[in-house]
Design a protein around this ligand. Structure first.
Ligand code: SF4
Length: 804
């Protein structure tokens, strides 16, 4: 048994000053028994993608350790990585299929379950067409699984109703990169954090969501030559406390804040005119759009003092190098894509992209969200191709040996919220949910649970546990998870790891790849010559098929193989004949992926989401120049008023990932943050007569929850809740605590990401709560790690996403 530190108490570990290329050894390890063998793998509890070895003894996982030679984390691991593996051995793992009979889920055989699925699938396709089928998947699978799902959905069934829970997570990251640079994919590298002179973190609570990356930043901040730090967040997060300038705009006002910052840069001439002239188009539109956003107007809308705005802009406008990061505070809020694109614009007008120490991270939240997007499991076309480019469609049809007309190009891909709406209205009759828990993670969860329980909707859930969603399914398929299967993951800086199978899955659980291959075989999906459409049989051959499909695209894996990853370790894409061991940065030559014949979409109007037509795009083909896009601000659809005077924002705590399906089953993580709560400001608490820890009712126009109050440094008038907790409450023994009972079903017009980050709510002391329920609710504070009594290193804070 070994533990290099108590990562629950000491989240980020000791400081290890480093410069590029020089990393003091720090290998974090936690084991609960003697290790017989170590198996190379990667942590899949956030998008950082830390390399780790899995310790195995007696056919069970007994611990993990960081990999010292891994380019991503250099041996460091955070609390979720060091503890999350314990969920594999949770006693409530699903070990055999479950089939609903007479209203109850009862055990069945794989043949019974798959026969039922295939019978229903064939019947619905015959009667109602391919559009009767929807697939809602994850940011938690492996590349090989996403690719197989994409091929089945696009070329096997031919439905456009395919999306991932990346819609709640990094849909805006993908779309904002596409709008500005032509295709998805991070421009830079994590090493840029080591080299930069300034960091700009916008709605990205890195200290909670990516603890090892934040440790890397802390190493810089505590070094003799620290970068400047500008943080945009309505909450007093760990990063906000370390910032040189902290901007705390009202939720829903990120866009005017960014327009105000860009105006100051342009007015002061803090721009790179040569770069703008040679490498971008449409700078004038930005000049026009920012003109009216004076510091005074920004203050009126965002409540950010002019002197703070000026101080932030001066850092961002004059720093020789700059790394910016965005996450859910941008993506799940109003004007999501429009705001993210303004952060891209900041780098474009300063010419700070594609250079060491200068990049923008439209950050991923989930560990394999990049693969969801690359493989088209989010509905986008495979390998960053363009659904509306007939040549791209023909290329793909040729690779899969199907007729182009088989591919669902006639309509835009259906986003998650629309998939559930189509299920609600009866248009989608067969919904397969893979490795995600929408009964907790989607807005208005009460409505989502009613949809999943509908009589005329056949719901298949593949999962490792009987989640809130699985409980509503017609068939539940027991899935093998990380550690129990082999496959690749690509993290937020394009680093590809091979995660190797360390142990056997429990009972009859199978990998999602095996489940999908079985479904494809039983459905008898064929190519145009009558051969099986899905020609691979395991993860390695699936990867080989994918590398051929990705060749020539920005996410080019053609030079990679499982064998190379086994021998060499992690590699960044693109990896091909030109870059046999990968390439660290994109766009070093200032040439972007925007040419009409290469780009991933033709772009959108950022305010309305209206698509630019192929003809319009071709007429003004940027031909490799980045596109500077301006956007108009519209106020939130729901503003505080007399009845609902607070703005609620939701997010994460450091000890949990998504809906806690894994972290809630790791005893120490769960004990550190066992229950939901609501953060409010001291001034508001005093005014309402609310004590710290007291149960309060938080009510929106949609529903209510009852949770303990936490009094923190959050801005007055703003409240925060973690979204991890799915309890609906029965009123007697348990209280309703699911934050997504309160959130609304609106979404960003371009990326279709739901608006989780603001909802008008009322807060008052909870009365008429049963004593038993009160006792249960009050335990929320019993196990918590208090962020107000601890030094940096131990503080639960938030941002946002979903799952396993
Ligand atoms: S930072 Fe993310 S990838 Fe790294 S150990 Fe923590 S949860 Fe895992």
């Amino acid at each position: 048994m070994a533990e290099t530190r108590n990562s629950i108490e000491d989240v980020w570990g000791p400081r290890t000053f480093h410069s590029a290329g020089s990393w003091p050894v720090r290998v974090d390890e936690r084991t609960t028994g003697d290790v017989e063998r170590w198996v190379p793998s990667v942590c899949v509890l956030c998008s950082t993608g830390c390399g780790m070895d899995v310790g195995v003894a007696g056919g069970r996982i007994v611990g993990v350790r960081g990999r010292a030679d891994d380019r991503v984390n250099h041996g460091r691991l955070g609390p979720k990585g060091l503890h999350g593996w314990e969920a594999n051995a949770s006693g409530d793992r699903l070990t055999m299929p479950l089939i609903r009979r007479d209203g109850r889920l009862v055990p069945g055989t794989w043949d019974e379950a798959m026969d039922l699925i295939v019978r229903r699938s064939k019947d619905d396709i015959a009667k109602y067409g391919p559009g009767s089928h929807g697939f809602y998947n994850s940011g938690q699978l492996f590349l090989e699984e996403y690719y197989t799902l994409g091929v089945i959905s696009d070329a096997g069934i031919g439905t456009s109703h395919l999306d991932g829970n990346t819609r709640l997570c990094t849909a805006t990251a993908a779309v904002s990169l596409i709008e500005s640079f032509g295709t998805d994919g991070a421009p830079g590298s994590y090493t840029d954090f080591d080299l930069t002179d300034a960091l700009f973190m916008v709605g990205h609570n890195m200290a909670s969501t990516q603890t090892v990356l934040w440790a890397r930043v802390l190493d810089r901040l505590d070094s003799p030559n620290p970068p400047k730090l500008v943080v945009v967040d309505p909450r007093q997060t760990q990063a906000a406390r370390r910032a040189d300038v902290h901007l705390a705009p009202r939720p829903g006002t990120n866009l005017p804040l960014m327009l105000g910052i860009l105006r100051i840069l342009i007015t002061n001439g803090w721009i790179d005119s040569d770069f703008i002239r040679d490498h971008t188009v449409d700078f004038e539109t930005l000049v026009d759009a920012t003109q009216s956003w004076t510091a005074e107007r920004v203050e009126a809308v965002c409540r950010v003092p002019p002197e703070r705005l000026q101080a932030a802009a001066e850092i961002l406008g004059t720093s020789p190098t700059l790394v910016s990061t965005c996450l859910q505070g941008v993506y799940q809020s109003l004007g999501a894509t429009a705001t993210a694109v303004q952060v891209n614009n900041l780098h474009l007008i300063r010419g700070l992209i594609g250079k060491p120490g200068s990049t923008v991270f439209q950050m991923n939240g989930q560990p394999t969200a990049q693969n969801t997007r690359e493989c088209g499991a989010n509905g986008e076309f495979i390998a960053f191709r363009n659904w509306h480019n007939p040549e791209h469609v023909a290329q793909t049809a040729k690779i899969w040996n199907v007729e182009p007309s088989k591919l669902p190009t006639w309509t835009p891909p259906t986003h998650a919220m629309q998939i559930f709406h189509l299920a609600e209205t009866g248009s989608i009759r067969f919904l397969w949910i893979v490795a995600t828990n929408p009964a907790v993670s989607l807005p208005e969860v009460g409505r989502i649970r009613k949809i999943l329980a509908k009589e005329n909707l056949f719901v298949v859930v593949s999962d490792a546990y009987l989640t809130e969603t699985a409980q509503l399914a017609d068939v539940v398929l027991p899935a093998a998870i990380w550690g129990e299967k082999t496959g690749c993951t690509t993290n937020a800086d394009r680093t590809v790891h091979l995660s190797q199978k360390a142990i056997e899955p429990p009972g009859e659980a199978r990998s999602d790849l095996d489940i999908l291959l079985d479904y494809a075989r039983r459905m008898d999906f064929q190519d145009k010559d009558g051969a099986p459409l899905v020609k691979w049989t395991d993860a390695e051959t699936a990867f080989d098929a994918w590398r051929r499909c990705s060749e020539g695209r920005p996410c080019d894996y053609s030079g990679m193989s499982h064998q190379l990853l086994r021998e060499h370790g992690p590699i960044q894409w693109p990896c091909n004949a030109q870059y046999p061991l990968g390439k660290e940065r994109q766009y070093e030559d200032g040439v972007f992926n925007t040419s009409a014949d290469y780009c991933e979409t033709y772009g959108h109007d950022l305010a309305t989401g209206a698509a630019v037509t192929p003809e319009q795009y071709a007429a003004r083909d940027p031909k490799g120049r980045a596109v500077i896009k301006a956007a108009e601000y519209f106020p939130p659809p729901e503003e505080p008023d007399g009845d609902y005077p607070f703005l609620l924002t939701t997010g994460r705590v450091v000890y949990h990932f998504h809906t806690r399906t894994k972290t809630g089953r790791a005893p120490d993580l769960n004990a550190a943050a066992p229950k939901a709560f609501v953060e409010i400001a001291k001034a508001d608490a005093d005014r309402l007569g609310i004590d710290d820890g007291e149960l309060v009712e938080v009510r929106s126009r949609r529903s209510h929850v009852i949770v303990p109050a936490r009094i923190t440094g959050i801005e007055p008038g703003v409240a925060f809740m973690p979204f991890h907790y799915g309890d609906e409450g029965d009123g007697a023994d348990t209280l309703p605590t699911a934050a997504n009972r309160l959130t609304m079903s609106g979404w960003d017009p371009v990326s279709k990401q739901p608006h989780f980050k603001y909802a008008a709510v009322a807060i008052r002391p909870a009365t008429s709560v049963s004593e038993r329920a009160r006792d249960n609710g009050a335990t929320a504070l019993a196990g918590r790690r208090d962020d107000r009594t601890r030094s940096e290193g131990r503080q639960p804070v938030a941002s946002g996403e979903t799952r396993r």
